[in-house]
Ligand binder design. Structure first.
Ligand SMILES: *Cc1c(COP(=O)(O)O)cnc(C)c1O
Length: 457
């Protein structure tokens, strides 16, 4: 083994290699030498463990990959062939062309973020999206923060700190990423008062709780988001809670989670509660995400009655949770799609939901043809796409999947994740499947190439 280690070329000799000189030119001498030494350390360990001494050009190539990996961003685009539309791990909603252009334009230079052009003096960052939100939802007032978890925390803190908040036991939910209603409640300084039981809560349970607690600041209604209670269940409708709240002078807060502005029922899905409905039902504040069914950037949106929302604008937490200019630019562009009545055509999340099965079939056939020609065993099979992002749990859209019959689907999936750009797939019935619904048009070619290469053809 000592003998073998002696065969390892020296740093000086390797630095003389043409490949190493190229790496020095590309990455700088210091970084390149450091990477070479680190790679040689690794190789020594491998040799001690019984490995062979690699050739010089192999060592240089490994040093090159090490440098490339270290200096490439880890946050990068992937192709989502899973059929999960609002895929939380893959960045939720892809943005419309207009939203991306708006971000780019604002990012490249200065902007009217907090500048009033007419008056020639300081303006407010709050005005850009908020006017549109009021127009779209019918609310008196609106406020945008970083994400919906922040919106809920802010609303609870601003409206109920030190006082009680009623919520049905069946709505004490945990969303992904550690967001739990009871914990957020504790953080806000509001006192949680659980009402009813897990599966059944009646209006009279709220009435009794109101009779028992004289410091109730809010009735909180939270969307179940990522689960469904089925069977022997009941929960008062939002409008009933508002009716009771009005009688007793207690405002109702509605955490919608996804917060759709379009009706999901028109696509054969269950009806996801809409923001306009929440406002019309009389919720004092309604909170929802920017990057779920709205199809925009990560943001938390609060709409509602001016008496509740306006004071929140001056809360210290609002400053800590404020949305940045890129988010506001993308959000405004996204909201404009709704205002112009073009959301279904322009916003990727809605395009994907609305995609007719015949078009999915056409794309699947095109993929099958390409992959067959490359020598792969491919079939088109029925499948299901899901909405994801905690919206419409258990609800699916029929789709047509391209299924690959390969001996080792798990390994192929791993090779596809290692492709550039990486392709994320699903394995179903021991087959690797690709769902055309979530693959954007310009991703088709790179995805198909990656599949052919990954299959070793
Ligand atoms: C998703 C969700 C949240 C959190 O929203 P983020 O935008 O992810 O911070 C809060 N409440 C409900 C009901 C949700 O579904």
């Amino acid at each position: 083994m000592i003998e073998k280690l002696r065969q390892l070329p020296s740093v000086d000799r390797l630095l003389g290699e043409e490949g190493m000189q190229k790496l020095i030119a590309g990455y700088g001498r210091e970084r390149a030498v450091e990477a070479l030494r680190a790679e040689l350390d690794l190789i020594r360990d491998e040799v001690r463990a019984g490995g062979e001494v690699p050739e010089s050009d192999r060592i240089v190539a490994r040093t090159g990959s090490r440098l490339h990996k270290r200096l490439s961003p880890s946050l990068r685009p992937v192709i989502n062939a899973t059929g999960v539309i609002i895929h939380t791990n893959l960045g939720r909603a892809p943005l419309s062309a207009a939203a991306r252009a708006a971000m780019e334009a604002v990012a490249a230079g200065y902007s009217t973020l907090e500048y009033d052009l007419e008056a020639g003096k300081r303006g407010h960052r709050t005005m850009h999206a908020e006017r549109l939100l009021c127009e779209l939802t019918g609310a008196e007032s609106a406020l945008v923060v970083n994400n919906n978890a922040g919106a809920v925390l802010l609303a609870l803190t601003g409206l109920a700190q030190g006082r009680s908040v009623l919520i049905s036991r069946g709505q004490l939910v945990e969303i992904g990423g550690g967001f739990r209603i009871p914990d957020v409640m504790a953080q806000s300084g509001a006192r949680l008062v659980e009402v009813g039981t897990t599966n059944r809560t009646h209006l009279r349970d709220y009435e009794q709780a109101l009779a028992k607690h004289n410091d109730v600041a809010l009735i909180l209604h939270a969307h179940h988001s990522n689960f469904r209670i089925i069977g022997f269940t009941t929960e008062p409708a939002l409008s009933e809670l508002v009716g009771l709240g009005n009688e007793r002078g207690v405002p109702v807060m509605d955490d919608l989670g996804s917060g759709a502005l379009l009706d999901t029922a028109q696509f054969g899905l269950a009806h996801e509660p809409m923001v306009q409905e929440s406002v019309a039902a009389g919720a004092a504040v309604t909170c929802f995400s920017g990057d779920k069914l709205l199809g925009g950037p990560q943001a938390g949106i609060i709409v509602g009655r001016a008496a509740c929302v306006e004071p929140l604008k001056h809360h210290p937490l609002t400053r800590a949770l404020r949305a940045d200019k890129l988010c506001l630019a993308a959000l405004q562009a996204t909201l404009l799609h709704y205002l112009k009545g073009e959301a279904m055509e322009q916003i990727p999340v809605w395009q994907m939901i609305a995609l007719p099965l015949e078009q999915i079939e056409q794309r699947a056939r095109r993929w099958r043809r390409y992959l067959k020609q490359a020598g792969l065993a491919v079939e088109i099979v029925d499948g299901l796409s899901t909405i994801g992002g905690g919206s419409l749990p258990g609800e699916t859209l029929p789709t047509r999947l391209v299924a690959l019959n390969v001996p080792h689907p798990v390994e192929l999936a791993a090779r596809l994740r290692a492709a550039d750009p990486p392709v994320i797939t699903r394995i179903e019935d021991d087959r690797l499947v690709l769902d055309p619904r979530t693959v954007l048009a310009d991703e088709e070619q790179p995805m198909l190439k990656a599949v052919v290469e990954g299959a070793g053809l």
